[in-house]
Design a binder for this molecule. Structure first.
Ligand SMILES: [Zn+2]
Length: 59
């Protein structure tokens, strides 16, 4: 296993489809998480979906 530094998606749950990611998000929301969303990974070689915190809205 290769560990990469930085903001790579290592350590995060990876989902093949948006549906799976949203299901995961729903489970986290049910546990009390807030402001999280499913998003498509931009990391090369991943091509999956992850669940993470939303960026702060700029107002
Ligand atoms: Zn990823």
């Amino acid at each position: 296993m290769i560990r990469t530094k930085g903001r790579a998606c290592t350590g995060k749950r990876r989902h093949d489809t948006r549906d799976e990611a949203e299901e995961h998000r729903d489970r986290l929301l049910a546990k009390g998480a807030v402001r999280i969303a499913a998003y498509a990974c931009r990391h090369r070689g991943c091509g999956g979906w992850h669940v993470g915190h939303l960026p702060k809205p700029r107002t």
